[in-house]
Design a protein. Structure first.
Length: 431
RNA sequence: GACCCUGUCGUCUAGCCUGGUCCAGGACAAGAGCUUUUCAAGCUCUCGACACGGGUUCAAAUCCCGUCAGGGUCACCA
């Protein structure tokens, strides 16, 4: 039975790189009908924080990675100590006294060639004579990363270790420990790293790194997953949109790319928009409610939900990020729209009192206030005035929304309602 | 510096294993146009890459070697 693990250290949030590692571990476990194990590597009590554990679990759940088992290294110090003692007794490790007189256990690294057959990269060879002796148990009694990792992976029967490229150089050290402890070697698969746009490591400087930040920015987890998936794997048939469930069926670890990829927000935005288009408006509305409430646009205990759903449908096909709705649709919630100065300059420099006034009259006398009638009446007016429809459409949009862009004008008028539309139009009519 | 990994359009990739169907395909971005209502949506088109140099071969993006470039690791951090 395949058993993989994701082993984050709670010294920070779950970032994009970690999320990607979790993704491929989870994906592999699902495609192999195996188990996905979570191991919190909190041996560093100084830097490990409970809040980060919570944040990591929260993000993993948001991404949909449910784990079968969870372990905390901080609860297993005696296990590591026991194995270190074994190596000590076997003469494979020695004790070193620190200047303050405390004892650390050090592994004596034997000189030999180490061959690792990486599932993604193929054969990699190392020469351990270049590796210095490794600390197993630090003088404060806590285990080092490489030692705890090997003991746990073996004890937890991890069959495949799927992790970032940056761990390649840890691999020979760990292989040596597997041999010294008499454990069976697992398979190794090293994922390419994700780079920032500057070509270096993904960092706060090159964009948001925490998975939870992407949620806050209005990305759907399905979209983020799709993007991360495509960053180093491809279904091979030119498809760009693929759900995680489809990927489970098509996934083969051998098809993961060897090359590191640059994280490109533009493409993420595009993918996010593709998912937003077909997303359930009810679900989107639920995500938006707290954001709209924070802006005082609605009161979550008392608002017109059907109306909100209508607005969501009106905008969802054109949003790169869900949160953009708050800004783009603000004029539906505000008493008066926030005017874009450039738009006013461009479309409302001339006095349109006559045109707008006539349109208000037409709205008043409309037999039935619906989108079709509004448009018909509007176009009649432009014919009557002898002007091109767009000469009036753009100014009216600015008057009603404050912006030059947005949904179709007649839908805007309809959903804004007769009274609010009139009120905004009249503001630009001088008597 | 040493060791390791990697090198196809600006970016993500398909193709590479099993050489010819590739004067290299798709997507994002960018640019142009269309949509007699905007665009941040949709549609159409354009621009644009096999890092370089040697081999091997009738034939190389695909195999081999070297160079160069980028990245990673060298902690009693994980």
């Amino acid at each position: 039975m395949v058993r993989v693990r994701f082993a984050p250290s709670p010294t920070g949030n779950l970032h994009i790189g970690g999320g990607r590692t979790a993704l491929f571990n989870w994906l592999f476990s699902q495609s192999q009908k195996g188990k996905f194990i979570l191991r919190i590597e909190d041996t560093d009590s100084q830097r490990s924080k409970k809040e980060f554990v919570d944040e990591i679990l929260y993000s993993l759940k948001w991404l949909g990675f449910n784990w079968d088992e969870i372990y905390y290294q901080s609860e297993r110090f005696d296990v590591y100590r026991n194995y270190a003692d074994k190596l000590l007794k076997a003469g494979l490790a020695y004790i070193e006294k620190s200047p303050v007189g405390r004892e650390a256990i050090i592994y004596k690294v034997p000189a030999q060639k180490i061959k690792v057959n990486d599932l993604i990269r193929g054969a990699i060879e190392f020469d351990s004579s270049l590796i210095k002796d490794q600390v197993l148990i630090k003088s404060d009694g806590t285990p080092t990363y490489n030692f705890a990792c090997v003991v746990d992976d073996a004890q937890m029967n991890i069959t495949h270790i799927i992790r970032g490229d940056d761990h390649i150089s840890n691999t020979p050290k760990q292989v040596l420990l597997y041999e010294a402890l008499g454990f069976n070697l697992p398979f190794f698969a090293h994922l390419p790293l994700i780079m920032g746009v500057d070509g270096g490591r993904l960092s706060k400087r090159t964009g948001a790194t925490a998975i939870s930040d992407y949620r806050k920015m209005g990305y759907l987890s399905e979209a983020l997953l799709n993007y991360l998936l495509l960053l180093s794997w491809s279904p091979g048939d030119n498809r760009e949109l693929i759900t995680i469930n489809e990927a489970v069926n098509l996934f083969d670890i051998k098809n993961i790319n060897k090359t590191s990829a640059t994280f490109d927000l533009k493409k993420l935005d595009w993918i996010n928009n593709q998912y937003l288009k077909t997303a359930d408006p009810e679900k989107l509305a639920d995500e938006l409610i707290p954001l709209l409430e924070a802006k005082n646009y609605i009161n979550k205990d008392n608002f017109d939900r059907p109306y909100l759903l209508t607005l969501v449908k009106l905008f969802q096909a054109r949003l790169p990020r869900l949160n953009d709705f708050v800004e783009w649709a603000d004029f539906f919630f505000l008493d008066q729209p926030v005017m874009d100065e450039a738009a006013v300059k461009k479309y409302l420099a001339e006095d349109l009192s006559k045109e707008l006034g006539l349109f208000v009259q037409r709205l008043d006398t409309l037999a039935d206030f619906n989108i079709i009638n509004i448009e018909a009446s509007f176009r009649e007016l432009t014919v009557q005035l002898g002007i091109e429809a767009k000469k009036l459409i753009h100014p009216v949009r600015v008057v009603l929304t404050g912006k030059t862009i947005g949904p179709g004008l007649f839908e805007v008028i309809y959903y804004l309602g007769k009274e609010r539309s009139k009120k905004r139009l009249l503001k630009w009519v001088r008597n």
